[in-house]
Write a new protein. Structure first.
Length: 83
């Protein structure tokens, strides 16, 4: 049984799968970071979450969730700076 498991393991295939998964994760993170950046810029221009959602073709709930994340990050950054 052990010999069968060792024989079936393909190191190159394993590395390729890991590389593909890491790439996909990076692409998703990049999209998420860009979305946050755009939402932040639009908020600074005084655009409402509802208008942002419509412009970005995202749900209002998703835009508000991102706004809350940005607010939390800003609060933590301010707290760290004031220490």
């Amino acid at each position: 049984m052990v010999n069968m498991l060792i024989a079936e393991y393909d190191y190159d295939m394993d590395i390729e799968v890991q590389r593909e998964e890491t790439y996909a994760e990076g692409v998703e993170k990049g999209k998420s970071d860009k979305l946050k950046e755009i939402i932040k810029k639009k908020l600074l221009k005084g655009i409402s979450p509802e208008e942002i959602a419509e412009d970005m073709e995202e749900s209002v709930e998703e835009v508000k969730r991102i706004i809350n994340l940005l607010d939390e990050f800003q609060s933590k950054s301010t707290e760290d700076f004031s220490k």
